[in-house]
Design a protein around this ligand. Structure first.
Ligand code: ATR
Length: 273
């Protein structure tokens, strides 16, 4: 009998995860299927208990369920620190993990960029910034979080400081902050479809030694990444973060090395690239 995997969220119809994981299962000849389910916050507990009872192989969680999951599953230390769970494993009870930060780290590693010892400027202070901030600080990066609502930046920096070096600030001096950074990470929705002409920074703000990582993957090349290329900086798009967070979930569930290239191609095909 097939083993079922799932992603829960709301909205969920545009999730790339089923295509990505089903491509991996097919490639490895595994008798498994991955489906998307619309689940509200109020139903998350019932949905997870039901999934475990029905023998699901594992579940991913997306907006708006990642934080609520902490009240339900047994979260590992990193997920507990981040305050969000994106991967649930049922092998031993109901264990929660957060693979978003690892996905970001591996996306940069694929581009030859190491976060250890790097000065990383994260723009935004939402859930994605939290996952990336904790992961990169834990890996030895020197973090600055710049956010439109400055208080959120200070609050997140204070939390991240528990595992490494982090400070928070507003967006007013972004150009100066970028001049002192090795890696600029956009975790905001600025530049995302349909607002594709928007950008948090332009080429004049950047320098050739900079790596610009945009977690947005729709469009694949955001205005921010166009600006990075114009400045001679290294541009990294959000696709590999998506792929690597999925690949890491796949490892957690299956103890098998996932076919990362196959998963990447499935995502690119789904994006029409
Ligand atoms: P997620 O959990 O996906 O990271 P979020 O919690 O909604 O999403 O956070 C979105 C981030 O993008 C926030 O840091 C937000 O800034 P505020 O805290 O000031 O709201 C940032 N953001 C969204 N639109 C923005 C814009 N037009 N300019 C600057 N920052 C923006």
């Amino acid at each position: 009998m097939k083993t079922v995997f799932a992603v829960f969220g709301d909205p969920i119809e545009h999730s790339m995860s089923p295509k990505m994981h089903n491509a991996a299962f097919t490639d490895l000849g595994m008798d498994c299927e991955y489906h998307a389910f619309r689940v509200s916050q109020d139903s998350l507990r019932d949905a997870l208990i039901g999934a475990k009872a029905m023998g699901f192989g594992g579940v991913n969680l997306t907006v708006p369920l990642k934080e609520e999951a902490l009240n339900i599953v047994d979260a590992d230390p990193l997920a507990a620190m981040i305050g969000a769970v994106n991967t649930v494993d049922f092998k031993d009870g109901m264990r929660g993990y957060n693979t978003d930060g690892i996905g970001a780290k591996r996306a940069l590693a694929d581009a030859g960029v190491d976060v250890a010892g790097a000065r990383v400027l994260i723009v935004g202070a939402g859930g994605a910034a939290r996952a990336i901030g904790f992961q990169f600080a834990n890996d030895g990066a020197d973090i600055t979080i710049a956010n439109r609502t400055e208080k959120r930046a200070h609050d997140l920096a204070r939390d991240v400081s528990s595992v490494g070096t982090a400070k928070g600030t507003g967006l007013a001096d972004l150009k100066v902050l970028i001049s002192k950074a090795d890696i600029l990470v956009n975790t905001t929705t600025v530049g995302m479809h349909p607002n594709t002409d928007q950008t948090i920074a332009t080429a004049d703000d950047m320098h050739p030694d900079l790596t610009v990582f945009d977690i947005v993957y729709n469009p694949l090349e955001t205005q921010l990444l166009k600006e990075a290329k114009a400045a001679g900086a290294t541009a990294v798009n959000g696709v590999m973060m998506l792929v690597h967070q999925g690949a890491e979930a796949f490892r957690v569930w299956n103890n098998v090395e996932p076919p990362v290239d196959v998963m990447k191609n499935a995502v690119l095909e789904a994006l029409g690239a």
